[in-house]
Design a protein around this ligand. Structure first.
Ligand code: SF4
Length: 241
């Protein structure tokens, strides 16, 4: 049996609340959305089929203790993904090594089923739900809320400078306010517009930060403003970092 995987590389977690953690990234092929600002369009299609068993053995033998499954949308291959995670946990235990941490970065459109995501496996998984509701009009707020309430997902929202986006983001936060625990810390990440030049980024980030300050003053959730650090260590559009 095989899985569609776009790339595997070692890097540092560059975003969200696990920022700074060294990790192996497994980018799964395919996405059910087409966001105009997407910085991983190359992941929509790839010819790389990985033998599932070889992938499991390769990751279980790796010296990293953090694996980030990203995409694309990794939950499109949920059944295989949870099988891989379960087997890595099993093999690491057999090797008497530390149980690794797994991060699943999802666009928040798919809720894993209980059968896919076994409870014992889930305790080692940190979900990051990053809904792109301003580019996906069919968005289900309930799916995002369930990811947060059932799977304890970290909510990560992209903030751009256009007013329409700020309005949508604010309305979204108001709509979930009474439905999730008030101590959920929400990550606000500046979204970079397509084609922005490296030299233009600092000024742009300052503008987003000002919008963030206004936004955070209006809502009751604790938030963190986190810039994608891997784009500063390497170039803004470099692949495989
Ligand atoms: S959900 Fe993520 S990977 Fe999919 S199109 Fe949007 S930005 Fe790209």
């Amino acid at each position: 049996m095989s899985m569609q995987i776009c790339e595997i590389f070692s890097s540092v977690q560059g975003e969200g609340q696990t920022i700074g953690t060294p990790a192996v990234f497994i980018r799964l092929t395919g996405c059910n959305l087409r966001c105009p600002f997407c910085d991983t369009k190359y992941s929509y299609k790839s010819n790389s089929l990985f033998n599932k068993e070889e992938l499991i053995l390769r990751l279980a033998a790796h010296n990293s203790d953090t694996f980030v499954f990203t995409g694309g949308e990794p939950l499109l291959q949920a059944k295989d993904l949870f099988e891989v995670i379960g087997r890595i946990i099993y093999l690491r235990k057999k090797q008497k090594r530390l149980t690794p941490s797994f991060i699943i970065e999802t666009n928040g459109t798919i809720l894993p089923t209980t059968r896919d995501s076994l409870t014992s496996t889930n305790t080692h998984i940190h979900y990051v739900a990053s809904p792109k509701f301003y580019s996906d009009t069919s968005y289900s707020v309930d799916t995002v809320i369930n990811l947060i309430n059932i799977y304890d997902a970290e909510l990560k929202l992209l903030l751009f400078t256009d007013t329409k986006n700020v309005d949508i983001l604010y309305k979204f936060l108001l709509s979930i306010q009474s439905k999730i625990e008030p101590d959920n810390v929400i990550t606000i990440q500046p979204g970079l517009p397509e084609g922005i030049k490296d030299i233009e980024v600092p000024k742009y980030l300052q503008q987003v930060f000002e919008l963030y300050q206004d936004l955070s003053a209006k809502i009751n959730f604790p938030t963190r403003f986190i810039v994608q650090q891997h784009k500063w260590i390497w170039e803004m559009n470099r692949r495989g970092v």
